[in-house]
Design a protein around this ligand. Structure first.
Ligand SMILES: [Cu+2]
Length: 258
């Protein structure tokens, strides 16, 4: 059994995608194993107890509808309790295991830690606006550093939206006047694997009007030092038009706070 507390300690964190993939694999593998055993056992019994024409009706101990085969203490009762017992062990283990991992997905690693970056996300008809701790705002593209926990505080300016990024396995409602928190973190290994900058699609998952299907955005994850350079350069501007030029090194030495 995996303890979510252990997972949260130190830098030993896991991305949601990894956790969900593991849960999916465990359920698939166990389901296949149990399914194979049950179907094989059923077929074997179908063959073993087939009507081959030479069983006399008198000494055939057929079960009656509604009768539990427990009173006899024989092999029937044994099988019944064995099958109930094994099923219970499998189901309870899966519930405890999956619940522990889902608690981790809810809370994330090192919740409330020093390095967390909290970003406001506001959905509107039709797009996404992001506000960084220094007051800088971005439209549609969310730029964040690798290896750092990103907390998103999601809300809406007008109607109900739903902020989600399938590859990051995050998704939450964006509702006017309401704030939903989600977190994610992308490792620098993943960023390197994608050529120094990782991108993830963002989409609206709540039908919110005629422009809903065009309500797309992107999460861009860059190495920490590059991001810090970019973030420092955002101190005085709040328009996304200059993102690309600022990314190539127009960093101001004014620090990260507004
Ligand atoms: Cu929407």
């Amino acid at each position: 059994m995996i303890d979510p507390v252990i997972l949260q300690q130190g830098s030993d964190w896991r991305a949601q995608a990894e956790v969900f993939d593991e849960i999916f694999f465990v359920f698939l593998a166990l389901g296949t194993l149990v399914g194979t055993i049950v179907v094989a056992y059923t077929l074997w019994n179908v063959y073993k107890y087939r009507d081959d024409g030479d069983r006399s009706d008198e000494d055939f101990d057929a079960p009656v509808v509604g009768e539990l085969p427990t009173g006899q203490g024989g092999p029937k009762a044994k099988k019944l309790f064995l099958s109930f017992g094994l099923s219970a062990i499998v189901v309870i283990s899966l519930v405890v295991y999956a619940y522990g991992l889902l608690l981790y997905v809810e809370e994330g690693p090192d919740a409330g830690g020093e390095g967390d970056i909290e970003i406001m996300v506001e959905g509107y008809q039709y797009g996404w606006a992001y506000e960084y701790p220094n007051g800088h705002t971005e439209r549609d593209e969310l730029i964040v550093p690798a290896d750092q926990r990103i907390d998103l505080n999601v809300t809406s300016r007008d109607v109900w939206h739903n902020f989600g990024s399938p590859d990051l396995r995050i998704k939450t409602d964006a509702i006017p006047g309401d704030y939903n928190e989600i977190w994610f973190k992308v490792s620098s290994e993943d960023v390197q694997a994608q050529g120094g900058e990782a991108t993830f699609d963002v989409q609206c998952f709540e039908l919110c009007g005629p422009g809903h299907s065009a309500m797309k955005g992107q999460v861009t994850v860059m190495p920490q030092d590059e991001w810090e350079e970019w973030y420092a350069s955002t101190g005085n501007s709040s328009e996304s038009a200059s993102i690309d030029s600022s990314r190539v090194g127009l960093a101001t030495p004014s620090g990260v706070s507004a």
